[in-house]
Design a binder for this molecule. Structure first.
Ligand SMILES: [Ca+2]
Length: 398
């Protein structure tokens, strides 16, 4: 039989289609929801249980709920998946950007467009490779059932540098529709956190199309990058908008004994690396003094360090006593921090889930008011905190 070029192409497409269907079927595995043995978990003010929603995710990093109740989840290695509320995990979505997959780099934070219901647009932060360097970038794309289309890279960290650490990479929409991007100092470049000519160690604020908002604070300052909102940060892996004030709250990995919670205000300098609690990992001391140099003191810090990551304000009905608290996942600390607030001060910290031995990468309040967590491990999980079932009540019909 003679093959024409046309028939060969057709055959290849036919085989490709069969291969794709087979792969999709193999990858869409089902995990029944399980109850862990943490029924009636002890806590200061609220008892809760922990449910396993899904597992088998490789170092999941960011989670966002779609309006239909499904979860969009990034895995650090460069995989994006949709996960149903009953734990069914999709095959990897197509159209994901190429990432620098070393160290802390990968597919990282994500956010849905505030008008996602109508436009299906998502924003994903990732470490973008360029020759031997990389930098945090943000891609905007439309989410289809099978993947991302209509990509537009709306932000690129400048300069790109060597090294695989401190990408920051949380994305939060402000109430005015601008997008905050949290960055890190890229680990070996701490001094750039103080330089307005570099994006590193900054909070960035841009419009949805990547342009600079007209009221950004450093527009017109010679040599300053106009996307900068605040500076002097080390590595911001958690951020959330205060539900009442609309201010951007964040947490950042500090040096040894100096992880922080800050409220990021326009033009403000948060001190890194010139002032900070704790000491460099080399043992070298860092001055604590913030005020004499105009650096903003953290509103809270951890000594010893906990390596804080995802962050959410709790506003739901499932845990009334937690309303108004911040929930922060601890990686090295292996717990869920609940910070009780008094205005813009932290009044009390409660350590939830300590002893479970899980590095917690992201924290999200679900549309049901339950608290969803991503665990950072090769066989990563989605866990959720729910109120404990009443005695004799079937937890499935709670
Ligand atoms: Ca600081």
């Amino acid at each position: 039989m003679r093959y024409t070029t046309h028939s060969i192409i057709r055959m290849k497409f036919g085989k490709l289609a069969i291969l794709l269907v087979t792969l999709a079927a193999a990858a869409a595995f089902v995990f029944p929801r399980e109850l862990l043995v943490l029924q009636g978990y002890h806590a200061d003010k609220q008892k809760f249980s922990v449910e396993l929603v899904a597992k088998g995710l490789s170092h999941p990093w960011g989670l966002a709920f779609l309006p239909d109740g499904r979860m969009l989840v990034t895995e650090r290695g460069g995989i994006l998946r949709l996960i149903r509320a009953d734990g069914v995990i999709s095959s990897p979505l197509l159209g994901v950007p190429i990432i620098h997959h070393y160290g802390q780099g990968g597919l990282l934070g994500l956010a849905l467009d505030p008008d996602f219901k109508n436009n299906k647009i998502v924003y994903i932060a990732y470490s973008e490779p360029e020759w031997r360097t990389s930098g945090t970038a943000v891609v905007k794309a439309t989410l289809e059932e099978w993947g991302l289309v209509k990509h537009q890279v709306i932000f690129r960290q400048q300069p790109k540098v060597n090294g695989d650490g401190h990408y920051g990479a949380r994305l939060v929409f402000a109430k005015d529709g601008t997008l905050f991007i949290t960055l890190g100092d890229r680990q070996q470049y701490a001094d750039q956190a103080q330089q307005l000519s570099s994006h590193m160690g900054k909070v960035i604020r841009i419009n949805k199309d990547g342009t600079v908002p007209k009221d950004n604070p450093f527009i017109g300052i010679e040599g300053a990058k106009p996307e900068i909102w605040s500076y002097g940060h080390r590595n911001i892996q958690g951020a959330a908008l205060h539900p009442d004030t609309g201010k951007l709250w964040l947490n950042e990995h500090g040096p040894r004994g100096g992880d922080e919670v800050n409220i990021a205000e326009a033009t403000k300098n948060y001190g890194w690396p010139n002032a900070c609690y704790g000491s460099h990992y080399s043992g070298e001391e860092i001055p604590d003094a913030h005020a004499p140099h105009g650096y903003i003191e953290p509103i809270y810090y951890w000594n010893p360090s906990i390596a804080p990551s995802g962050m959410a304000f709790y506003t739901g009905d499932a845990f009334p006593q937690w309303r108004g608290s911040i929930l922060i996942g601890a990686l090295a600390g292996e717990y869920l921090a609940r910070l009780e607030l008094d205005g813009e001060k932290v009044r009390h910290e409660e350590k939830l889930l300590s002893g479970m031995g899980k590095r917690i990468r992201d924290v999200v309040q679900g549309p049901d008011g339950f608290v969803y967590l991503l665990t950072d491990e090769e066989n990563g999980q989605i866990l959720r905190l729910v109120p404990p079932a009443e005695k004799g009540q079937n937890p499935e019909v709670r």
